[in-house]
Design a protein around this ligand. Sequence first.
Ligand code: HEM
Ligand code: HEM
Length: 186
Amino acid sequence: MSDSRGFAPIQRLLHWLMAACIIAMLFIGVGMVSTVAPTYLPLILIHKTLGVILLVLVVIRLALRRHYGAPPLPADLPRTIKLGARLSHLLLYGFMIIMPLLGLGMLWAAAYPVVLYGGIQIPALLPQSDRVHTLLWNAHVYLGFAFFALVLLHLAAALFHALVRRDGVFGTIALFPLKNRTTPAE
Ligand code: HEM
Ligand code: HEM
C-alpha cells in the first residue's frame, strides 16, 4: 500500500518504466517526422506500438492509483505549490491518455490502417474525414510539445524537492530507498 513513506512498489515501477517510454516516444516522434531516410518506417512502427502499450499501461496505472492512493505532500509545502503539484499531475495523466488516442484517431480519420509490431491491426473507430484528421494531427503535434514542456517542469520540480528542499518527496517515488531519507510527513 502507498502510505506516508511513499507509493507502492508497483506504482514506482510503472512511473519509471512509463517515464522512460514517454521520453523515448517524444524523441522518436520528432526524429521520425524530420527524416526522409528509410528509418522512418521502423521508427513509426515502434512509435505506434509503444504508444498503444502506453495507453494500456496508463489505464492500469490509474486503477492502481485509485486502489493505493498517493502519499501526502510535506505539511510545510505552501498551499499554492500543493495545488500546482496536484494540477500538474492531473495534466500529466491527461496527456498520457490523450496522446495515444489522438495518434490513433488521426490515423483512423485518414482511413490509414493502424498496423502495430507483429502485424497486429487495430480496427478503425472513426469514419474517414479530412477535417477531423487535420484537427487531430495538429492536436497530436502541439500537445506533444506541451507534454514535453510539462515533463521538463515536472523534472525541475522533482530535482528541487530532491536537491534543494530535501523533503523526502523524491523518495516516495524512487525505485530504491534513498540514504538519509526523511518522510514528507515529517
Ligand atoms: C514522461 C515522464 C514523466 C511522467 C509522465 C510523470 C508522471 C508523474 C505523475 C502523474 C506523478 C503523480 C503520481 C500520482 O500522484 O499518482 C508523478 C510523480 C512524481 N514524479 Fe514523475 N513523471 C515523469 C518523469 C519524472 C522524472 C524524470 C522525475 C525525476 C527525475 C520524476 C519525479 C517524480 C516525483 C519525485 C514524483 C512524486 C511527486 C509527488 O508525490 O508529488 N518524474 N510523476
Ligand atoms: C504517449 C503517446 C504518444 C506521444 C508522446 C506521441 C508523440 C508524438 C510526437 C512528439 C510526434 C512528432 C510531431 C511532430 O513533430 O510533427 C508524433 C508524431 C506521430 N505520432 Fe505520436 N505520440 C504518441 C502516441 C501515438 C500513437 C498511439 C500513434 C498511432 C497509433 C501515433 C502516431 C503518430 C504519427 C503517425 C505521427 C507522425 C505524424 C506525421 O507524419 O506528421 N502516436 N507523436
